[in-house]
Design a protein around this ligand. Structure first.
Ligand code: HEM
Length: 496
């Protein structure tokens, strides 16, 4: 790239002429501000100084309330299997069909400038720019989550972030919440195991985590779970390696991703889905809409449907990564939500976060707007409106040829019964909060178990109150008695 050209979100644009003010007038001096005489006070008429200082003061937008720290890249999704009997989504309609994507990876709890190599789930937020609108799959690198109802999310996140008094993350808060939320035992076992600190964003899997609905052209409904299996192989850091890099090289993951793409080593993921026919959900042994559970692969084997490749770095981190806005409510025809109570809460939370963080026109910024179709809305105006509607009418119905509704819902209906109320998610035959956590523990090799116990004990030992530590340990004991016994001994050894 020569000095006379800039790359702007994939396009090379020539730059001409001198340095200017925001309104395009030439700047005479960008080194010395204007003063009343040599050595005198600065003049208010120095517009380029005032404008420069004012613009600088407004450079930041609020960081994401979670997943503030992250990195992104553009890529391509290619369909490798015919899934048209399960969904009518056009971007999935033909083997070989390609769709442009943007993927943002992140940690959850840390602030914008925090270190990459910490023990935390990783966000895996994927935007498909389809011809029927953008489809966002806002997942993590874990197939399950800590809680199963959106109403608990703000409390959960408060325990992960900074304490209101100390200003730091506190072991007491983390383990108090997890101890009192036994449904977290499965995800906590996952997080403190080997996969809790990925060696890079390239060497980890992604998951849609929730169950989603697919609907085919005949109107039949299926429940699906998405898996993105890394083709680079799973690689992780130990706690000691993660700690060292967090100090020495806090941007490690961000740089690793950018440099790999610059070298032409494009990371890829094999995309799989588990598919459950709708009528099997009611009697499945686990509640299939409970985000703290997986569907064991022997029940619903993952089938390969596509390939995801990341092959282009963003040109501008603020414009394309910081302002990127993903929403689990961004569906396309043939794909919709399940009744998962977490997912239902998320359908509201993200759009609301975008309106606060980026503004009411967030969805029309270059990284967020549809790229294979156009947004045809009667929504208008607001901050940073670009006038995209021109002279067209701003009401509907109208007699001037404006866009009209299709009359066809994006996804299929679900039947409901019973009274409204603050109901817990229903339990199915084999559901409890510990069975899958215990299964995960028993799957681990002896060395993996040792590292898991050491990672957990190192953190629980920092808890100041015995009752909080004991309640936390008791959840692991219920998952597997050996798990609980070893953890208790390891915590005692550290606490002395
Ligand atoms: C009810 C539970 C949840 C709520 C209320 C919630 C809320 C939020 C909010 C407000 C943001 C910031 C959005 C923004 O400012 O752009 C966010 C980011 C994110 N959340 Fe959640 N979240 C929940 C659960 C989950 C779960 C279960 C997952 C994964 C399976 C997840 C994955 C992500 C990811 C990947 C991001 C970052 C998106 C990006 O890169 O911009 N969240 N969440």
């Amino acid at each position: 790239m020569t000095e006379a050209h800039v790359s702007v979100q994939g396009e090379t644009i020539p730059t001409t002429g001198p340095l200017t003010t925001e309104s395009g007038a030439p700047v005479a001096d960008n080194q010395n501000s204007e003063t009343a005489g040599v050595g005198g006070p600065v003049l208010i008429q120095d517009q380029s100084l005032l404008e420069k200082l004012a613009h600088f003061n407004r450079e930041r937008i609020p960081e994401r309330v979670v997943h503030a720290r992250g990195a992104g890249a553009y890529g391509t999704f290619t369909v490798t299997a015919d899934v048209s009997r399960y969904t009518r989504a056009k971007f999935l309609s033909q083997v070989g069909k390609q769709t442009e994507t943007f993927l943002r990876f992140s940690t959850v709890a840390g602030n914008l400038g925090s270190a990459d190599t910490v023990r935390d789930p990783r966000g895996f937020a994927l935007k498909f720019y389809t011809e029927e609108g953008n489809y966002d799959l806002v997942g993590n690198n874990t197939p399950v989550f800590f809680i199963k109802d959106a109403i608990k999310f703000p409390d959960f996140i408060h325990t992960q972030k900074r304490d209101p008094y100390t200003g730091s993350q506190e072991a007491d808060n983390v383990w108090d919440f997890w101890g009192l939320s036994p449904e977290a035992t499965h995800q906590v076992t996952w997080l403190f195991g080997d996969r809790g600190i990925p060696a890079s964003y390239r060497h980890m899997n992604g998951y849609g985590s929730h169950t989603f609905q697919w609907q085919n052209a005949a109107g039949e409904v299926f429940w699906v779970k998405y898996h993105f299996k890394t083709d680079q192989g799973i690689k992780n850091f130990t706690q000691a390696e993660g700690n060292r890099l967090a100090g020495e090289d806090p941007d490690f993951h961000q740089r690793d991703l950018r440099e790999a793409i610059e070298r032409g080593e494009f990371p890829t993921w094999t995309v799989q889905v588990q598919i459950m026919p709708a009528d099997e959900a009611a009697h499945y042994r686990f509640n299939p809409f409970d985000l703290t559970r997986v569907w064991p692969h022997e029940d619903y084997p993952p089938i390969e449907i596509g390939k995801l490749e990341l092959n282009r770095n963003p040109d501008n981190v603020f414009a394309e990564v910081e302002q990127s806005a993903f929403s689990p409510a961004h569906f396309v025809p043939g794909i919709g939500p399940s009744p998962d109570k977490m997912l239902q809460g998320r359908l509201f939370a993200y759009g609301d976060a975008h309106r606060y963080r980026v503004g009411i026109n967030a969805d029309h910024l270059p990284v967020n707007r549809p790229r294979a179709t156009v947004a045809n809305t009667y929504g208008r105006d607001g901050y940073a409106y670009d006038g995209r509607h021109g002279r067209s009418k701003n009401y509907e119905p109208n007699s001037f040829g404006g866009p009209k509704e299709t009359g066809r819902p994006l996804w299929g209906a679900t039947s409901v019964a019973g009274d409204t109320g603050n109901h817990a998610a229903p339990l199915h035959a084999e559901d409890d909060d510990f069975v899958q956590a215990g299964n995960l523990y028993r799957l681990m090799s002896e060395e993996e178990k040792e590292r898991l116990i050491a990672n957990l004990a190192g953190f629980i030992a920092k808890v100041s109150r015995d009752d909080i530590a004991e309640r936390a340990i008791n959840n692991f004991r219920q998952a597997d008695s050996d798990y609980g016994k070893r953890l208790e001994a390891a915590v005692q050894a550290l606490r002395g």
